[in-house]
Design a protein around this ligand. Structure first.
Ligand SMILES: Cc1cc2nc3c(=O)[nH]c(=O)nc-3n(C[C@H](O)[C@H](O)[C@H](O)COP(=O)(O)OP(=O)(O)OC[C@H]3O[C@@H](n4cnc5c(N)ncnc54)[C@H](O)[C@@H]3O)c2cc1C
Length: 391
């Protein structure tokens, strides 16, 4: 129902999740605005690689395709994952293959910047979304009849619903007075891209090591992207190494599986934490993506959960009855209820894995390695785990 507001829905934050939500709502007939404090993402023309990469599930690739933001991506920079191999700290091995799961692939490795530019190209081509780029928010009031957003340039916008898609330190969430429950993993994720002297064969590799969790994700050609989740002090040491020293340390940690490495992008580190907003919705407010929840990156699911939020909220808003207000609490609660199980299940899985592999207790060491060997023998269990991760 369109009221006397400037917009029906204002989305704050045009990262991957906010941009995807805006596109998913473009045919809903709702009057939409997207407020992004940074610039619209453009691809650099020097062909350089982004050190922030994502493992996108096949289900989310289909979602992005339905928004027109997948098939237009430069496919020579998108790497399908054919197999995943995981090693425990006592040599146990677990592997998942697309062939075994009866699928063409297990997902795709894509640069953050490439996907972001793909979404923004689509946003700029539609007149269904008013884009307010480089715009800063000053204050948000959630009232009975409408939400009012004050911008720092003096403009005042009103809407039936405001969606916070503004990341882990969400300004929107804070303005709405919503707290978060946070648990610090006391780990940083160190990311960098490398050229490799041996072919990766489309295999994503992950080692649960004494000093953390090391992932090597295949990029097109002889390249790979690393995410090493490790103690802050070790992360600092890795960042302080010269490029040659870092290549040698990373190659050794991965048992030289891909031969010699050459650094393509300078390493960067991100603090890792588990986080949940106390609620995902309030009357006239909904949170999506990292503004609502954070998970450990060991399962590569953060942005996948966010895309599921965007798809679900768009479905709920587009499918509401004609007389239903977009900011109606009951309507927004149905979005929250629909998403809670998926989010909690993924947080529990990654949290438990992190705890299991972080423990130095010998009994847990034996248990986790036994658990990996056991899982590897259970084809039905592997198929179920794969089916879940591929949605
Ligand atoms: C080391 C590491 C590795 C990861 N690897 C993976 C992976 O392999 N797979 C995966 O799925 N996930 C991964 N993640 C998680 C992933 O990065 C996040 O889940 C994802 O970026 C969240 O997207 P978002 O759009 O919700 O938030 P963000 O990407 O944080 O975007 C928020 C947007 O809001 C804008 N903004 C902020 N404040 C305001 C404001 N006040 N007004 C207007 N605009 C504002 C920002 O400029 C930004 O554009 C990883 C995370 C880390 C730390």
């Amino acid at each position: 129902m369109s009221g006397a507001h400037d917009f029906d829905v204002i989305i704050i934050g045009g990262g991957l999740v906010g941009a995807a939500l805006a596109l998913a709502l473009q045919d809903s007939g709702l009057r939409l605005a997207l407020v992004e404090s940074g610039p619209a993402t453009m691809l650099p023309d020097d062909g350089s690689w982004d050190s922030r990469i994502y493992a996108i599930s096949p289900g989310n690739a289909r979602f992005l395709d339905s928004l027109g933001a997948w098939s237009d991506l430069d496919q020579s920079r998108v790497m399908p994952i054919e197999e995943m191999r995981i090693w425990g700290d006592e040599g146990a091995e677990l592997d998942f293959s697309a062939y075994e799961g009866g699928a063409a692939n297990l997902g795709y490795i894509v640069e953050s910047r490439l996907m972001q530019a793909g979404l923004w190209t689509r946003l700029q081509a539609t007149d269904a979304v008013t884009l307010l780029v480089g715009t800063r928010c000053a204050a948000l009031n959630l009232e009975d009849g409408q939400a009012t957003l004050h911008l720092t340039d003096g403009r005042v916008l009103s809407a039936g619903l405001v969606v916070g898609a503004d990341g882990a330190n969400s300004w929107t969430r804070t303005q709405a007075g919503l707290g978060v429950e946070t648990s610090d993993y006391r780990q940083h994720g160190v990311v960098a891209n490398f050229a490799t002297s041996r072919a990766h064969g489309g295999i994503a590799r992950q080692w649960f090591r004494e000093d953390g969790i090391l992932a090597w994700l295949p990029l097109p050609g002889q390249r790979m992207s690393m995410v090493w989740s490790t103690a802050p002090q070790h992360a600092r040491q890795l960042l302080d190494l010269s490029p040659d020293q870092l290549c040698a340390a990373v190659a050794a940690a991965g048992q030289e599986t891909l031969g010699e490495l050459q650094l393509l992008t300078p390493p960067a580190a991100f603090p890792l934490r588990l986080q949940n907003a106390e609620v995902m919705v309030r009357p006239r407010l909904a949170l999506v993506g990292d503004a609502a929840h954070l998970v450990h990156p060991l399962a590569g699911q953060g942005v996948n959960l966010g895309f599921h939020d965007a798809e679900c909220l768009a479905r709920v808003l587009s499918g509401r009855g004609l007389q239903t207000d977009v900011g109606d609490y009951g309507l927004l609660r149905s979005y929250e209820r629909a998403r809670q199980m998926d989010i909690r299940a993924m947080q529990l899985l990654t949290d438990q894995l992190h705890a299991l592999f972080g423990s130095r207790l010998p009994l847990l060491g034996a248990l986790r390695n036994w658990g990996m060997k056991f899982t590897n023998r259970q084809k039905w269990l592997k198929r179920r785990l794969m089916a879940h991760a591929m949605t």
